[in-house]
Ligand binder design. Structure first.
Ligand code: ADP
Ligand code: MG
Length: 173
């Protein structure tokens, strides 16, 4: 059993928002790696970073994703940095699940990342940190993705619909 769709991309790309809508449209369960780690530790991601440190968070994140990849068949959204773990990256590819990269420009990510929960890695000069994160992560998103979705201009419902159509019609990447 593996996820029927996995969403990856930058902080603020819309992975959580679109994933929830997609799961509802498909009538299946939704899981988000950040939420899985928060539930396990009883703290927000931001608090885990402060109280327990990033390496601890990354370990929990990697464990949560390993479990989901073999025991969860709904829509799985990943935290933006999860793909940087080499083991996670290998397991994502091996899972055979379709992997949708919600692609956004750094300016769109910047605008949206400020709208929701605090983002621990973006504190300080948010814009510069985001540009640098994206430079490092973009090649990995690109390599792992089986489908690229333009998440700059469409609204979350439209993006979920595009993904749902791709899943239903089996349109090649
Ligand atoms: P991620 O999980 O990728 O970090 P979120 O789903 O938390 O991103 O979205 C961040 C913010 O951007 C939220 O306030 C959400 O409502 C908004 N948002 C997400 N996708 C879009 C979109 N396609 N158009 C406009 N706003 C969006
Ligand atoms: Mg999210």
């Amino acid at each position: 059993m593996n996820p029927r769709a996995i969403l990856i991309g930058a902080p603020g790309a819309g992975k959580t928002t679109v994933g929830e809508i997609l799961a509802r449209d498909l009538g299946c369960a939704f899981a988000d790696s950040d939420q899985l780690v928060e539930a396990e530790n009883g703290q927000s991601v931001a608090d885990i970073f402060v109280n327990l440190g990033e390496p601890f968070f990354r370990q929990c994140e990697s464990n949560a994703i390993t479990q989901a990849l073999s025991g969860f068949d709904g829509v799985l959204s990943l935290g933006g940095g999860a793909v940087m773990d080499m083991n996670t990256a290998k397991e994502l590819t091996a899972s055979g699940s379709p992997i949708f990269w919600l692609e956004v420009s750094s300016s769109v990510a910047f605008r949206r990342a400020g709208l929701s929960a605090p983002r621990p890695l973006l504190v300080g000069n948010v814009r510069a940190n985001l540009v640098s994160l994206l430079e490092t992560r973009t090649p990995i998103y690109e390599k792992l993705a089986t489908h690229r979705i333009d998440a700059n201009t469409y609204d979350p419902q439209q993006i979920a619909q595009q993904i749902s159509d791709l899943l239903t019609n089996g349109v090649p990447c």
